[in-house]
Design a protein around this ligand. Structure first.
Ligand SMILES: Cc1ncc(C[n+]2csc(CCOP(=O)(O)OP(=O)(O)O)c2C)c(N)n1
Length: 631
């Protein structure tokens, strides 16, 4: 079936040739493409479906790329990609070499900013507005931010500054009352009060009705009505937060009604001040499975369009618990007896495996919203009073909390347990989401212990150990998915002892010291090497800090050839840590090589393929060892 309207649209200029009456049909066509593509490639479906009319409205009324649009997180911007010349490549979404799942400044001039982390858009937009004014230019600037992202500290800091600078910019608050799960927090309750304030809503509807008849009434009448509405709004909705912060507040409007969106944008984009437009949308709009299950369809792998059921790859079909679930079950088991355990997530109870804990121990569970910095500061307070906070945050998002890890936790030497999920290459979400820096950004702080399990059984042991450790903070990192090599998962590994590694295989020719999941791969590499007559000793380091330098040195003195293997960036990584400690044992007759990710941002693509590309598959590790061996 031909896409009648979309066929002719290769840029926002083409979009503007359509009549407003045709736009709902266009929205439908865009939704069809999004649903069918994400069903095969996976991606952020529900958020993008909810924002289709908003995207159409923005590109209909603005003049991108001269006018600037910044998408917060950027996971809702699929329609933006489709309307800005990328519809023919949309089928390559998130695939290696294909379109990024997020705005990417290297991909299109319409993607002004590469994004993926939340709460940044207002700061960026304000910076661009200040630059525009210094250059005496006059383009428009819009930041589109979700209700959950607005609750992140950086967004609040930006609102505060924007109200002070009073730059001409538009912040569109895309409020679907959802984060990945239901939005939490006082701000969310406040927004809900605005949306549901009955008296105000009646007046708002009248004014909205007036707006749709703009040509007949003329701009001055509209302005007067708006002013009246705003005056009443301040009376009827207690404490107009955004107005107090220096923004003119408009809304809430129905963000899934493209005509209302366009009429409103036309009326407000000419105003020369900071404006906040509150738009209410339905997450998952237009696809019933996503409307009914927005959590499941926030970020989803391949699924069947008719049933909405996930299509499992053959390797996933085997029952595999995976690191996330293992942690989720273990913390429940331990919390039954250890009353000190409390759990904290930053808007990701499902993703971190804490959803079951939240149900089992609702009073000991805290979802702080998309506020990773606060999550860590909050944990510090809990730990200061003797509780055992477990902070579960993806490696990439914990980067937000760098200073809190330093100031609020390590400096105070508090017993906080950090669970860093998705540590390593995550795959299709790409450079904003790969968790490849945590080894480096954690290991240089005094007091903290840092570790990584080779498999799910070791994760359980390490978590148990971390909770029992009362001498300071502990971080445990583990990758996305499961350890697919089952031979390690016997559950009979030696006990966890602070700073002690595990000898996995004895050998006489070379030493391979690996950390975490890479120990699976290193062992496999050792068996490849054996085929070539090279007998590798393999050590599972277990601890990134403190490093078991005794075990490593002993092996190195025997073999004279040391290879470290880690799924993290090479600079300041685990291998660097080993080098720092072993430097005095190095001579011209010895070989040391760190096998790790290069000092560059890693693109999106299939996780296993990326690991191979960057030298972290068993074959590539064996090759690297052989190369040095032959020297
Ligand atoms: C700093 C940071 N923390 C967590 C995430 C993971 N994350 C991606 S989208 C999202 C929820 C966003 O909700 P909202 O801003 O309301 O947008 P919606 O998806 O509802 O449109 C979360 C928690 C992130 N991208 N960045």
């Amino acid at each position: 079936m031909g896409k009648a309207l979309l066929d002719g649209i290769n840029s926002p200029a083409d979009l503007k040739k359509l009549n407003v009456d045709e736009l709902p049909m266009l929205a439908q066509e865009i939704r069809d493409i999004i649903i069918n593509t994400v069903a095969s490639s996976g991606g952020h479906l529900a958020s993008s479906l909810g924002a289709v009319e908003l995207v159409i409205g923005i590109h209909y009324c603005l003049n991108a790329p001269e006018d600037v649009v910044i998408w917060d997180v950027g996971h809702q911007a699929y329609a933006h990609k489709i309307l800005t010349g990328r519809k023919d490549r949309f089928a390559t979404l998130r695939k290696a070499g294909g379109l990024s799942g997020f705005p990417n400044k290297y991909e299109s001039e319409y993607d002004v900013f590469t994004t993926g982390h939340g709460s940044t858009s207002i700061s960026t937009a304000l910076g661009i507005a200040a630059a525009r004014d210094l250059e005496n230019k006059h383009y428009k600037i819009v930041a589109v931010i979700g209700d959950a992202s607005l609750a992140g500290g950086m967004a609040f800091e930006a609102l505060n500054h924007a109200g002070h600078l009073r730059k001409n910019m538009l912040v569109i608050l895309n409020d679907n009352e959802m984060s990945i799960s239901k939005s939490v927090g006082a701000l969310s309750k406040y927004l809900n009060r605005i949306i549901t304030a009955p008296a105000y809503n009646r007046i708002r509807k009248d004014v909205e009705g007036l707006l749709t008849r703009v040509p007949r009434f003329g701009f001055r009448v509209i302005r007067a009505a708006r002013r009246l509405e705003e005056g009443l709004k301040n009376l009827l909705v207690p404490g107009m937060l955004f107005e107090e912060l220096g923004f003119r507040y408009f809304g809430p409007i129905d963000g899934n009604n493209v005509r209302v969106v366009i009429d409103t944008l036309k009326n407000i984009t000419g105003l020369n001040e900071p404006i906040l437009l509150h738009v209410v949308t339905k997450k998952g709009k237009g696809y019933s499975h996503a409307e009914n299950g927005p959590e499941k369809f926030h970020g989803i792998s391949s699924f069947d369009v008719d049933t909405g059921e996930k299509v499992l790859a053959a390797k996933d079909a085997v029952s595999r618990e995976g690191f996330t679930k293992t942690f989720g079950n273990k913390i429940i088991e331990m919390a039954e007896t250890d009353k000190r355990i409390v759990a904290i997530t930053a808007a990701m109870p499902e993703g971190t495996g804490l959803d079951k804990f939240a149900k089992a121990f609702s009073d000991r569970f805290f979802d702080v919203g998309m506020a990773e910095q606060h999550a860590v500061g909050f944990a510090a307070g809990l730990a200061r009073k003797g509780l055992k906070p477990v902070v579960a945050i993806y490696s990439t998002f914990l980067q937000r909390s760098y200073d809190q890890i330093f100031h609020d936790v390590c400096l105070q030497n508090l017993n906080v347990v950090f669970m860093l999920d998705r540590a390593g290459i995550v795959g299709e979400d790409g450079p904003t989401h790969h968790g490849v820096f945590d080894i480096s950004y954690i290991r240089h702080f005094p007091n903290i212990v840092s570790m990584a399990p080779k498999d799910e059984n070791e994760l359980k042991d390490m978590f148990e150990w971390a909770v029992s450790y009362d001498n300071g903070p502990v971080a445990i990192r583990y990758p996305r998915g499961a350890s697919y090599i089952s031979k390690l998962s016997s559950g009979n590994s030696p006990q966890i002892v602070l700073g002690k590694g595990e000898l996995l295989k004895q050998g006489r020719d070379v030493t391979i010291v690996s950390i975490g999941y890479m120990s699976n791969i290193a062992l496999e590499a050792a068996s490849f090497l054996m085929e070539d007559g090279i007998d590798a000793e393999v050590i599972n380091a277990r601890f990134i800090k403190p490093i078991d330098i005794e075990l490593i040195t002993k092996s190195f003195l025997k073999t004279g050839r040391l290879f470290t293997v880690e799924e993290g960036v090479i600079s300041g990584g685990f291998g660097s840590g080993v080098l720092e400690l072993i430097i005095d044992k190095v001579s011209k007759d010895t070989i040391i090589k760190n096998i790790a990710l290069p000092d560059r941002f890693i693109e999106h693509g299939d996780r296993q393929k990326l690991l191979d590309k960057y030298g972290l598959s068993s074959k590539k590790i064996a090759e690297a060892v052989k190369k040095e061996w032959r020297r």
